[in-house]
Design a protein around this ligand. Structure first.
Ligand code: B12
Ligand code: SF4
Ligand code: SF4
Length: 398
């Protein structure tokens, strides 16, 4: 549905059920999938609020082990996240929806282009949160107009365990990489939820089809899986480049390669992607300028240029300093000494986060002699302790 707010009237053509029509629950369920599809929601399933009791145990273990790192918001109010009823006691059915964002290219090809940055597939187009939320709300309005009820709409940011709920609703299964895999769309599905006070017929949960495969576990550049189905987010490049606010720990810097926002490796190697299809929502498709952006250009972004480049993009959420930090790690990994010219001015950046990452980039691209000279002059004025620590720990390459 192109642009603007989709009203109930837009969803009342001859293919759709008219508001107020009284249908048996099973037929109503079928009728619901027509407006969903027309709103760009590619798959739909319904489950009950108590469907994910097992996930709660795993969630508690995940938090207790500290695997969530600095994502304190994930640990907050665990009772709310563990069950939809904990979040909203009146909910009687959970409608799970998936939007296919299958890429039109091999997401791993860019990893060989060391002077360019790899932005994960999900962030190369418009921000899915905004786009899909709008469509979920339109479907929720249709639901309310058709059958009086209360509804709440969620995508990503609320305390909802979307993956286990999607599995319970039959959209796919949580693979060993912990994401939901769909037999129809492979790894490339965004998830969203509508909670409602209506009693709707339930779909059958999907079952695990990973078998003996472990391609995703073996593909992970930072060994972030502590076991199949268990991710230590603190080691995940997606966490390190998007969620983490401080300096990226040294032990992961080389493994990050040229990934400057998120990571798709475990998703991309899944054999179920052979059934994947290109996403049909053009606004989620890769923008030309974000497919293989030049590291040299990205390193020069100031705040205004960063916002302009990433307007309506999820990347904007991390802000210029964290983004340039990531770009500098990629520059350090580029092996291209010419890129030192772009990193060098950032040794004097206003942000200590950027200065620290620039130190590491320069340490990878300059000779010991040059590096020692830069260090002596920087250490005479550097007041930030974490940047001073970067200078102390950096080993310049020959
Ligand atoms: C926090 C978060 C992250 C964190 C942590 C990821 C994680 N796996 O927990 C970080 C920043 C690392 C991250 C990264 C990514 N994310 Co994210 N993330 C979330 C978020 C907000 C919460 C996930 C959560 O609850 N984690 C807590 C853990 C405990 O839950 P879990 O992953 O479901 O863990 C289960 C398994 O570990 C399992 N388990 C544990 N032990 C065992 C043992 C056995 C034997 C078995 C069978 C199972 C099992 O049980 C747990 C509970 O179900 C969701 C949105 C949401 N509200 O759900 C998006 C979400 C999961 N992310 C999403 C995406 C797209 C990504 C990335 C692909 C982005 C990218 N390209 O960089 C990567 C993928 C990394 C990966 N391999 O998971 C999508 C996934 C869509 C899908 N098809 O599944 C979601 C659903 C957002 C959305 N609305 O579409 N993410
Ligand atoms: S997203 Fe990348 S770093 Fe994170 S678990 Fe998957 S392969 Fe590993
Ligand atoms: S790569 Fe293999 S193990 Fe991993 S999710 Fe896909 S099928 Fe499962």
């Amino acid at each position: 549905m192109a642009g603007g707010r989709t009203g109930v009237a837009d969803l009342c053509g001859p293919r759709f059920l008219k508001p107020g029509t009284d249908l048996p629950a099973t037929e109503f369920r079928t009728a619901l999938s027509h407006p969903a599809r027309s709103l760009g929601l590619d798959c739909i399933g319904i489950t009950e609020p108590n469907a994910i009791a097992g996930a709660a145990t795993h969630f508690r273990e995940f938090i207790a082990s500290g695997a969530h790192g600095d994502m304190d918001w994930l640990a907050a109010g665990p009772g709310r996240r563990e069950s939809p009823r904990g979040l909203w006691p009146d909910v009687r059915s959970v409608i799970m929806l998936g939007v296919n964002y299958g890429p039109d290219h091999d997401p791993l090809a860019i990893l060989k282009e060391r002077t360019r940055g790899a932005i994960s597939v999900y962030a190369q187009g418009d921000d899915y949160h905004e786009l899909i939320k709008k469509n979920l709300k339109a479907l929720a309005r249709w639901l309310v107009a058709t059958r009086p009820c209360q509804v709440k709409v969620f995508i990503d940011t609320a305390a909802v365990m979307e993956k286990p709920l999607a599995q319970a609703a039959g959209l796919g299964w949580q693979g060993k990489h912990t994401n939901l895999v769909s037999r129809e769309f492979g790894s490339w599905l965004f998830l969203g939820a509508i909670f409602t006070t209506l009693d709707l017929p339930r779909d059958e949960p999907d079952t695990d089809h990973c078998g003996t495969c472990r391609a995703c576990l073996d593909a992970c550049p930072t060994s972030a899986f502590s076991a199949p189905y268990k991710l230590d987010a603190r080691r995940c490049i997606s966490y390190l480049t998007i969620e983490s606010r401080g300096a990226i720990p040294r032990e992961f810097r080389k493994a990050i390669g040229n990934r400057i926002y998120g990571c798709d490796d475990c998703l991309a190697v899944c054999p179920w992607n052979k059934f994947a299809q290109e996403g049909r929502e053009t606004r989620l498709a890769a923008r030309e300028e974000l497919r293989a952006p030049s590291l040299a250009e990205l390193a020069q972004l100031d705040d205004a240029a960063f916002r302009a480049l990433f307007t309506r993009s999820a990347v904007k959420r991390i802000g210029r300093d964290r983004f340039v930090r990531n770009v500098l790690i990629a520059i350090g990994n580029s092996g291209d000494r010419l890129l030192a010219q772009q990193a060098r001015p950032l040794l004097d950046d206003a942000s200590p986060l950027v200065r620290g990452a620039a130190v590491w980039a320069m340490s990878q691209l300059t000779s010991s002699e040059e590096f020692e000279a830069m260090k002596a002059s920087a250490m005479s004025v550097e007041g930030n302790e974490s940047v001073r620590e970067e200078w102390r720990l950096a080993d310049a390459v020959e």
